[in-house]
Design a protein around this ligand. Structure first.
Ligand SMILES: C[S@@+](CC[C@H](N)C(=O)[O-])C[C@H]1O[C@@H](n2cnc3c(N)ncnc32)[C@H](O)[C@@H]1O
Length: 426
């Protein structure tokens, strides 16, 4: 079993997870069932948005087979009709969770300084024809707005020659990003949107920095378990218990699956359970290949929660700022996982070969402190209009950087071309 109670406790300090669901509910989450994968007994669906996703998934399972955890995540988050990110604004106090850029502008401004210093490191050895930032999964666009503000005020020349690209799958969030960027969208060389990496221009002489802040944790994972039949895969089937609280349940495949066979080389030795994201690994490989082929002009910064890996089983849902079991409300809650920085680093290295260096992970606290986060927070507090605002500014920075809040559990890695000096903070 997974030790979900421990997992829930562990995640209480996450920015995206504020309160715990009852341990009783959580303990029923992972019932590994070795009965038949496909069950003809389907819990009846009612009308309404959540049920539409339930109905869709139920049909998919009935007509094909149990879903992999990865398929379940993709459907729940990015299905064009019912996917969680596709239809509504999900961030902030009125949404389901809050991310670092939404907590304090100090976060975005600090990353803006990292970007400027990395552009400076690149131009110390190469002559780019312009500057570009590509952000993967920009959410509300708050991070890029704060980055744009700092770049424009510190080095207006870089800002005038800056192109911004967003990789975003959600049409709703694209609208929000456009509104958040406001005038910044037009003052630079321009702002462009892409839906996936295959649409993003390959290295073309521009100094290009890829930013992925809380992006990789939203990518689909497979969960595998070692049995006497070798690696089996955890799947998601329809509920058969008429009193079952959730519309779906976990089952274990009877033997190897397509994914356990195809991704065998990614499965670590010496563990009984593992959760891996081939999607995250594949994106890291592609970015690594871009940076490797960039003639010294490419770099990447990843910030997310996770560890060097391997990760056992971390999938959870977050709704109304509380952690929920992942199977409770498909399409109505955010789903996320801990990022395996070891696997991600491997992807970057394999993509870029000897031309890329991977730095870190370092903690978010170290990253922000090295970039002058404390000073920025105090300066911001100085300009606050009241004592309570001042206290709020300092408290927000503490939330981002304190080891018992987001400071340690969130980590950063940087990837640079091997021609370029080690980036600031690493
Ligand atoms: C957890 S949010 C993080 C938002 C933002 N980076 C922040 O920190 O506030 C994940 C973002 O990634 C986007 N996203 C999720 N899966 C994606 C995918 N497969 N391709 C592109 N964007 C994706 C979501 O729409 C959303 O903008």
């Amino acid at each position: 079993m997974y030790g979900w109670k421990a997992l829930l406790r562990h995640h209480l300090s996450h920015g995206r997870s504020l309160r715990n669901l009852s341990d009783d509910k959580a303990s029923r989450l992972v019932g590994i069932d070795r009965s038949k994968l496909h069950s003809p007994h389907v819990k009846k669906t009612k009308a309404g948005a959540a049920e539409s996703m339930v109905a869709h998934l139920t049909q998919r399972i009935q007509y094909r087979n149990a879903l992999t955890v990865a398929d379940y995540m993709r459907e729940c988050l990015t299905n064009p009709h019912h996917g969680y990110y596709m239809k509504k604004e999900v961030f902030g106090r009125t949404g389901d969770f809050t991310t670092a850029p939404e907590i304090s502008q100090v976060f975005g401004e600090s990353l803006g300084i990292w970007i400027l210093k990395t552009f400076a490191a690149i131009t110390s050895v190469h002559k780019p024809k312009g500057f570009r930032i590509v952000e993967l999964g920009p959410g509300r666009g708050t991070l890029m707005r704060d980055i744009s503000r700092i770049i424009k005020s510190v080095t207006p020349t870089v800002f005038r020659n800056l192109e911004i690209q967003f990789m975003e799958v959600s049409p709703k969030l694209k609208e929000v990003q456009k509104a958040t960027m406001g005038a910044y969208a037009h003052e630079s060389l321009g702002l462009h949107w892409f839906e996936n990496l295959s649409q993003i221009p390959e290295p073309d002489g521009m100094a290009t920095i890829y930013i992925a802040q809380e992006f990789f944790d939203a990518l689909a994972v497979h969960q595998f378990q070692k049995t006497d039949k070798g690696w089996c895969e955890r799947m998601i089937d329809v509920q058969v218990d008429p009193n079952g609280e959730f519309p779906f349940r976990y089952v274990l495949s009877r033997g190897a699956t397509a994914a356990s066979t195809v991704y065998k080389a990614l499965l670590p030795a010496g563990v009984e359970e593992v959760e891996i994201s081939p999607d995250a690994y594949g994106i890291a490989q592609t970015l690594g290949s871009f940076i490797g082929a960039s003639d010294g002009l490419g770099a990447c910064l990843v910030v997310d929660y996770g560890k060097l890996g391997p990760i056992e089983a971390s999938l959870r849902a977050v709704k109304d700022h509380k952690i929920e079991p992942a199977l409770l409300s498909p399409g109505e809650a955010d789903l996320s996982v801990d990022v395996d920085f070891g696997l991600l680093s491997r992807g970057f290295r394999e993509g870029g070969g000897k031309h890329v260096d991977v730095h870190g992970p370092i903690s978010q606290r170290e990253l922000l402190h090295s970039l002058g986060g404390v000073e920025k927070a105090y300066m911001l507090a100085e300009s606050a209009e009241s004592e309570s605002q001042k206290a709020a500014v300092l408290k927000s920075y503490e939330r981002l950087s304190s080891p018992d809040q987001m400071g340690d559990i969130y980590k950063a890695i940087a990837v640079t071309h091997s021609d370029v000096p080690t980036p600031v903070a690493f």
